[in-house]
Structure formats: structure tokens, C-alpha cells
Ligand binder design. Structure first.
Ligand code: ZN
Length: 205
């Protein structure tokens, strides 16, 4: 475990699942398509145009680093994707092509979270709920995906807590082929939205 493992969760993360957030999340879930339709391979044309609109919002903002992850217009543009099925992330090295991780949008911030594996099938309700959780939980003050990343035992590692957002903005992805990809939050959002704008559920690093 690296030095980052000794740090506690920033206040923004401890607030996860406060009543307001939970209510917002639940209303967003209810406004979307029936659950049976949310995990199909096909993406609607509405999602593609909404992804393009969100990419434009990101471009206007410049980046999604620091406190920009709380920008109101970018967060609003990302709302349609809060409960979207997690996207599969593939190693871009020629002759590898292994899956490295799954990415999903945070429930509130303009932030893309990641885990090596997904949640158990019954627990995959879209968005962050698609991401794996540590069993057993050891630190309930951390978001489950962050606890996994801090464990240092998966393909996803935290590369940066040192920013004013309270979120680990830079994440490192380690493939079994030896390739290492360090991503900014801006880059992850770009890749996530670009895939959806093309109707794809897969991201190539
Ligand atoms: Zn690889």
C-alpha cells in the first residue's frame, strides 16, 4: 500500500449517501428507463446526443479538475448518465486487449470512478452501483470503490489526493501485460462520453 493509504476520506466523500443525495439519486433512477432496458448493449440515439452535449459542456468549461468537478452546467449535462451501466475499459496495447476496469459516473460530481470488477449481478443497478465493493468493508467512511483502490490489490490505484476537490482525480490503471495508464479526471470523462456518443459500451485506453 502506498502513502495514499494512510489518508482519511475528505469530507466530500464522507457525505456520500446523505439524505439529500440519496433522494436526488433515487429520483434520477426513477426517471430513467425500466431497469430491464438499462443494461442492454444498445444505446439510444438520445443518449448519444446527450453525450455530445455533455462533451460540449466539458469543452466550454476547459477541464474537470479541482473544484470544476462541482460545476453546475457540467453536472447537469452529465445527469442522464448517472445511472448508466458501467463501461468496460480495455488495454490499448497491441496484442493485449485485456479488460482493465469498469468506469461509472459519480452520483453527484463530474467525476468518473473505477473498479477492476463489477458488483454482483443482482446489485448492478447502474452507475456507481455497478462497481465492485470490498467484502468485507473495512472503512465505511470511504466510498466502496475508493476503499478497493486504496487496498492496492486491484488494477485501479489512486494517483492523486492532493487537489482541492476532495476526490482522487488522477487514477492509475495497471494491466496484467505490464502497461500502466495514469488518467486525469478530464480524460476519463472525455473517454466515457466519447464512447457513449458513438453508441459504444467500451473504452480503449
Ligand atoms: Zn494490457
Amino acid at each position: 500500500m502506498g502513502a495514499e493509504g494512510s489518508l482519511g476520506a475528505p469530507p466530500a466523500l464522507r457525505a456520500f449517501l446523505c439524505p439529500t443525495q440519496l433522494a436526488r439519486h433515487n429520483s434520477s433512477v426513477q426517471s430513467r428507463a425500466p431497469e430491464s432496458l438499462r443494461h442492454t448493449a444498445a444505446f439510444s440515439s438520445a443518449s448519444q446526443s446527450e453525450a455530445q452535449a455533455a462533451l460540449a459542456a466539458l469543452e466550454r468549461l476547459g477541464d474537470a479538475e479541482g473544484r470544476a468537478i462541482f460545476d453546475g452546467s457540467l453536472r447537469a449535462a452529465l445527469t442522464p448518465f448517472r445511472t448508466h451501466a458501467a463501461l468496460e475499459v480495455i488495454c490499448g496495447r497491441r496484442e493485449c486487449g485485456r479488460r482493465i476496469a469498469w468506469w461509472a459516473l459519480d452520483t453527484d460530481a463530474a467525476f468518473v470512478a473505477a473498479t477492476e470488477r463489477r458488483a454482483r449481478p443482482r446489485e448492478r443497478l447502474g452507475g456507481m452501483r455497478d462497481l465492485a465493493k470490498p467484502l468485507p468493508r473495512k472503512n465505511h467512511g470511504l466510498l466502496p470503490w475508493i476503499e478497493l483502490a486504496q487496498s492496492g490489490t486491484t488494477s485501479v490505484r489512486i494517483a492523486d489526493w492532493r487537489n482541492p476537490s476532495g476526490y482522487p482525480l488522477r487514477l492509475k490503471f495497471i494491466c496484467r501485460c505490464g502497461s500502466v495508464y495514469t488518467t486525469t479526471n478530464t480524460r476519463r470523462i472525455q473517454l466515457y462520453l466519447t464512447a457513449l456518443s458513438r453508441g459504444s459500451g467500451t473504452i480503449l485506453l
